[in-house]
Design a protein around this ligand. Sequence first.
Ligand SMILES: [Zn+2]
Ligand SMILES: [Zn+2]
Length: 299
Amino acid sequence: MKNKSKLISISVEKVGVCGSDKQKILQNSLSVKYLGHEIIGIDNSLKKYVAVNPNIHCGTCFYCRRKEFNLCSNVKAIGNNIEGGLKGTLQIPIDNLLYLESNNVKYTLLDPLAVIIHGLSLINIKEEDSVLIIGNGTLAKILIWILNKKNITPSLVNRRGCIENPKGTLKTNETYKYTKVISKKFKYTFEIVGYEQVDSIETAISNTQKNGYIVCFGVFPKGYYAPIELRSLFENEIKIQGVRSFNPKDFKIAKKILDDTHDEILDVINIKHTKFVSYEQLLIESKIKNVDKLIVDLK
Ligand SMILES: [Zn+2]
Ligand SMILES: [Zn+2]
């Protein structure tokens, strides 16, 4: 069906463990034997470093023809419905590879960074806009980092009422604890909690300005229903924007940002390296305090 692009054999070197992986392990709902979609490795024939865009689109469906590749009806996602990076060796269409100058661990963050780039490409956020972020995970930190580069200082609400920021790289405005009533309203509210939504959508609706936007990066569990106050949606003309993965061009932009900013992202995202023993062990290690991203080294 796809996308006649040539298959390249790669040896995986590093795999980032994503929130969605943890959720699959927790729920014992692995759809493949080997997880892992945040991958860097080596092209076995050219001996060059590569990053893998894990979303293999078909190239022929309605959405692909409109270049909305992230919405492809026949998408094959590495580590989700085809075997992932922990397998060690993979055959990847050449169009899904980006060649790298080094195997710097920061490139395992291309995937979450590309998600942020894509989400921001769907809205028209400006420097003067007020922003609230709901969440405190890796994606939330990357979002703050990117917003700061646009001279936007977001406010923040999450369970802890803060964000771990040892190097002081991330600039935030007010930070709120989840249970607190926030008196201010924001033009953009980013819901980026991940799988653990409690009342994040309700919080978003009550804290978004009239004619404002709620941008949902959070991956809602299957069958998750939130009771939302629809009346205030229509009275206030609030829009809700979903964000689903990213396009090849977002992946390229993400690489350019990581190249242009040297190793700045490594001051924002706290990385811990490990080896793959079992999925349970990955779950335990990813819960260690102050670890934003667990990286499995395969070599
Ligand atoms: Zn991911
Ligand atoms: Zn398609």
